[in-house]
Design a protein around this ligand. Structure first.
Ligand SMILES: *[C@@H]1O[C@H](CO)[C@@H](O)[C@H](O)[C@H]1NC(C)=O
Ligand SMILES: *[C@@H]1O[C@H](CO)[C@@H](O)[C@H](O)[C@H]1NC(C)=O
Ligand SMILES: *[C@@H]1O[C@H](CO)[C@@H](O)[C@H](O)[C@H]1NC(C)=O
Ligand SMILES: *[C@@H]1O[C@H](CO)[C@@H](O)[C@H](O)[C@H]1NC(C)=O
Ligand SMILES: *[C@@H]1O[C@H](CO)[C@@H](O)[C@H](O)[C@H]1NC(C)=O
Ligand SMILES: *[C@@H]1O[C@H](CO)[C@@H](O)[C@H](O)[C@H]1NC(C)=O
Ligand SMILES: *[C@@H]1O[C@H](CO)[C@@H](O)[C@H](O)[C@H]1NC(C)=O
Ligand SMILES: *[C@@H]1O[C@H](CO)[C@@H](O)[C@H](O)[C@H]1NC(C)=O
Ligand SMILES: *[C@@H]1O[C@H](CO)[C@@H](O)[C@H](O)[C@H]1NC(C)=O
Length: 890
């Protein structure tokens, strides 16, 4: 209300200004720019060059471009993303040659600056992402030269005025993400024959039929009307949109059928999205004109040779086809499956029928297929296995029958397969090639035979649902080595002993309905157990202990080997030569350092790379010294350069490197001392109690530190060893990352062998760590996610005392798979008033620890999300839906 009252007043004021400026004697361009600046608030002082005392010519001022003429003349002003606010002054229109004005991504809070309609040569106006409000006035039609108009992401209200239709030169109109209202006049855009982009998307109050005249726009390439209130039918006139490449009508209230010949008309289509409407009827099977029956590919011919049926040529460009969540029926358009560029097919939740043809083998770029919940039938085609780019194939809740072809998981990038709720029979083929498979659901079919033991060789398999089939035989022992978060084999005819780690922690219901399974906690105990339950558990623990002991011995041999090697290597120069480099004035000698480091000054149990000692210097200062093995992978000069790189980091959440000293066999890194110890130590204490606000502070600080290393610091660095023990806390619980980028000091090979030999199964290691040694930001994000889980649950990531207890990632994943399980993972020692925020932090932590690296947010996003978390008050239950992702196989 307040807004619309303010509007007329300001409008008349601005008009007055315009009139006034217009009648005064003509000022120089420099004066015009200074006047323009004078009404702008420039909180970051970005326009400091804009000054009449400045030495720089105004053509070189921030954001200004001039014509190359003599005298030069301002043609373009680009002040985007400078945190500007204040008033957009009309004075700018006195720049006779100004054709481009971009004020996007600022904080201008005012009505649409109508006075700009006096800018007679303005061709491009971008006010996107400000706080502009009010209606689009009819006077907009005075912007006679305008070609590009972007008012997106503001609070523009009211109707779209017919007068926009007078701006005949318009090529790009972007009004998305505003509060536009009501009916769109059917003729408004019809005369804009130059229009290439029309974007009205995300205007939820735009309740209207689609303006039919849009169909006249022969040059239109992008029509984006998604997420508005459009209802009624897709106009027949759309057949005229010959140049259209992107059509997005998703998330509206459209009804009726898709115009019959739409497919053959829109030959250049790259993306077709009509999802989430109420469209019905059969889909025109000439989508992109590939006529049914022309494709003749028999099962026995080589699918990759021979001529491609000519009609497909007309369809060359379609990449994305999205018609999900409608009421479409009839045969699924057959030609779609073999389009050369098709990447995405989404048609779930419709009533489509018909088979998937073998010609799917020709879809060489196909990445994702989601056709769940239709009435599709036929066999799963062999051709599927030929598509090497496919990473998701989801076809549950259909009528597919017959055997699963042995090559169905041959795509090397396949990560998600869901064929549940069909009528598939026969055995589950051995899966060998899909090393990236994360989720496999074959539930609710009629599959027989054994569970293939080869499943245990798929390194990142996390969700496995084979329930409601007719499977027989034992559960392969190897499966217990996988990090399974969901393992459901209920209601089959499995028999034999269940591997112990699959019983502990997983809901019992995932094993039920298999009367012949035995093991502790199950109705049947196995015949080879004397005293069921305890004894077996004891045995298993013992085995685990033995294994881990063997492992520890192995590790010791490796380490000892290294040390022996170092010793013998060193013997040649018995007297170690110490060199030290201090980046801060430390009054300490190498001798003090070496002598000070004894068991008394050692803290913690020793990290992966070496122990940390706390030394009191003669000056009274205390420092932390980390002792690393010097693998001598680089010259001392190169070492100095690397450590200097780390020492130059200045960030409140990263521990300062004060200096280092090194001999032939050791490197001592000297860090500033933090009195509160590490987060890891704190969480491991019985009496760990920290209020939620402090935990958030720690999480935000750590995230900021990592985001700084990843993106802001040059060179960009990876931490590579994020864990709660490497997060130190100062007096105010401000976190500080330590042990970062040690790979640069010890060298890549030594770094990797140390990490892998000392903590191969650490839950801080992301799943891809098993097969990809290339360090990535996403690996840091994963490790951060584990720390966030520790903060939310109050549990240390790994509980060292019991060998077979679940690590935090498995524990949380299994819990959130159980109804109301999410509430069980929250630390009960935190006040329940923080529950909402904790749930959201948990959701974020689950995203960070997503099995698929590309699904993890960047550290920058994490910082933003965590910061907004505290400031939010009432979060609607909608935001909870994120948990749904974790409930079922992805
Ligand atoms: C950016 O502008 C906003 C609002 O005008 C202000 O609150 C904020 O402090 C500014 N940021 C910077 C970095 O100047
Ligand atoms: C520079 O600006 C000041 C105040 O804005 C004005 O008094 C002065 O005349 C200007 N000088 C020139 C050379 O335009
Ligand atoms: C700038 O505009 C003036 C007045 O319209 C015109 O005479 C002049 O040719 C233009 N200069 C350039 C470089 O376009
Ligand atoms: C307007 O500016 C925004 C922000 O930089 C940019 O994303 C958008 O593409 C621009 N609009 C046009 C039409 O160029
Ligand atoms: C479009 O142009 C035609 C012919 O030039 C004219 O009759 C009609 O009024 C125009 N429509 C709009 C909405 O401007
Ligand atoms: C669709 O129409 C229904 C009533 O027919 C209405 O309740 C709903 O809000 C509309 N949805 C949109 C996105 O406009
Ligand atoms: C389809 O191709 C097969 C083998 O190439 C051939 O025998 C058959 O006659 C063809 N069918 C039609 C309808 O062209
Ligand atoms: C299947 O699709 C229908 C609409 O065709 C929808 O009503 C139903 O909820 C969907 N079922 C599931 C399990 O998603
Ligand atoms: C499982 O196999 C049994 C015996 O062969 C058969 O009677 C039953 O119908 C099968 N169940 C399913 C779901 O296929």
């Amino acid at each position: 209300m307040a807004k619309s009252c303010k509007h007329p007043l300001l409008l008349s004021l601005t008009f007055f200004t315009f009139f006034f400026v217009h009648t005064s004697s003509s000022p120089s361009e420099l004066e015009i720019l200074l006047t323009f600046k004078s009404s702008i608030e420039d909180s970051k002082n970005s326009l400091s060059t804009w000054s009449n005392t400045s030495q720089t010519h105004y053509c070189k001022w921030t954001g200004i471009t001039c014509s190359p003429t003599s005298p030069p003349s301002v043609t373009s002003i680009n002040l985007q993303s400078l945190n500007l606010s204040g008033e957009i002054s009309s004075s700018v229109c006195k720049l006779a040659n100004l054709s481009y004005l971009n004020l996007a991504d600022n904080f201008f809070n005012q009505p649409i600056p109508l006075q700009l309609s006096g800018c007679s040569s303005l061709e491009s106006l971008n006010l996107s992402n400000n706080l502009i409000w009010g209606t689009i006035p009819d006077q907009i039609s005075q912007l006679g030269s305008i070609k590009v108009l972007d008012l997106s992401r503001n609070h523009v209200e009211g109707k779209i005025p017919e007068s926009i239709g007078l701006l005949r030169k318009l090529k790009v109109v972007i009004l998305s993400n505003n509060l536009l209202l009501g009916n769109v006049p059917s003729s408004v855009f019809g005369n804009l024959s130059e229009l290439v982009v029309l974007d009205l998307s995300q205007n939820p109050y735009l309740v209207s039929e689609i303006p039919s005249d849009v169909g006249k726009l022969e040059r239109l390439e992008q029509l984006l009307l998604q997420s508005c209130g459009f209802h009624g039918q897709i106009p027949e006139s759309f057949l005229g949109l010959q140049s259209l490449t992107i059509l997005d009508l998703s998330q509206n209230n459209l009804t009726g059928k898709v115009p019959k010949t739409l497919g053959s008309s829109l030959k250049n289509l790259v993306s077709f999205d009509v999802s989430e409407n109420k469209l019905l009827g059969s889909f025109p099977d000439d989508i992109c004109s590939s006529k049914k029956g022309v494709i003749n590919l028999s099962l026995h011919t080589n699918l990759f040779s021979g001529p491609i049926p000519s009609s497909i040529n007309e369809c060359l460009n379609l990449e994305r086809f999205q018609v999900q969540n409608n009421l479409f029926s009839g045969d699924f358009p057959n030609g779609l499956w073999s389009l050369p560029k098709i990447k995405l097919i989404r048609a779930e939740n419709n009533l489509f029928s018909g088979p998937i043809p073998e010609s799917i083998a020709m879809a060489a770029q196909l990445e994702q297929v989601q056709i769940d919940n239709n009435s599709l039938t036929g066999v799963i085609p062999q051709g599927l296995g030929h598509v090497k780019s496919l990473y998701r194939f989801s076809a549950s809740l259909n009528g597919f029958y017959g055997e699963i072809p042995p090559n169905f998981c041959d795509s090397p990038v396949m990560s998600i397969i869901n064929l549940s709720h069909n009528s598939l029979s026969g055995e589950i083929p051995a899966l060998k090639k899909c090393r990236k498979l994360v989720s496999l659901s074959l539930a609710n079919n009629s599959l027989t035979g054994k569970i293939p033991p080869s499943l245990a060789d798929l390194p990142v398999l996390t969700y496995l649902d084979l329930s409601d089939n007719n499977l027989t035989g034992p559960i392969p022992q190897g499966l217990q080595n996988l990090k399974l978060a969901l393992f459901n084999v209920s209601f089959n005819r499995l028999s034999g002993k269940v591997p112990y780690s699959l019983i502990s922690g997983l809901p019992a219901s995932f094993l039920q309905g298999n009367p012949d399974l035995c093991g502790p906690g199950l109705p049947n105990s196995c015949s080879d157990e004397e005293e069921p339950g305890h004894h077996d558990a004891g045995l298993t623990t013992l085995t685990c202990a033995l294994i881990s002991l063997a492992f520890a011995v192995g590790t010791m041999i490796v380490v000892a080997g290294f040390i022996l090697y170092q010793r013998s290597h060193k013997r040649r120069s018995q007297v170690g030569v110490w060199r030290s480099v201090f980046f801060y004035p430390l009054r300490v000698t190498e001798h003090d350092l070496v002598m000070g480091m004894d068991d008394k000054s050692a803290v913690g149990s020793g990290g992966v790379f070496g122990r940390v000692y706390v030394l009191s210097l003669p000056s009274g200062e205390r420092v932390a010294v980390k002792k690393l093995v010097n693998f001598e992978t680089q010259s001392s000069k190169a070492l100095k350069v690397e450590i200097k790189t780390l020492a130059k980091i200045r960030h409140k959440n990263i521990v300062k490197v004060l200096g280092f000293c090194h001999s032939e066999d050791s490197i001592f890194l000297i860090y500033e001392f933090q009195p509160n110890g590490s987060l890891g130590d704190l969480i491991s204490r019985e009496d760990f109690r920290l209020e939620w606000s402090v935990r958030m502070k720690i999480a935000i600080g750590v995230a900021q530190g990592l985001a700084y290393l990843h993106k802001d610091y040059v060179p960009h660095l990876l931490h590579r060893n994020v864990k709660s023990r490497n997060i130190l806390l100062d007096e105010d619980f401000e976190p500080k990352l330590t042990d970062f980028a040690l790979d640069r000091i010890v060298g890549e090979a030594a770094f990797q062998s140390t990490i892998t030999s000392e903590s191969p199964f650490s839950c801080y290691n992301p799943p891809e760590y098993g097969y990809s040694k290339k360090p990535t930001e996403q690996m840091d994000v994963y490790r951060f996610g584990v720390v966030l889980l520790e903060l939310v649950t109050g549990r240390p990531a790994e509980q060292s005392e019991s060998v077979d207890s679940l690590d935090i990632v498995k524990w949380v994943r299994r819990k959130v798979n159980i109804t109301n399980g999410v509430f069980q993972v929250l630390d009960p020692n935190v006040s329940s008033s923080s529950q909402q925020e904790m749930l959201e932090a948990l959701d974020l932590a689950l995203r960070c620890t997503s099995v698929m690296p590309e699904k993890r947010p960047s550290m920058f996003e994490v910082v933003k999300l965590l910061q907004s978390l505290g400031s939010k008050t009432n979060v609607s239950s909608v935001e909870f839906s994120a948990f749904q992702d974790h409930l079922v196989p992805v």
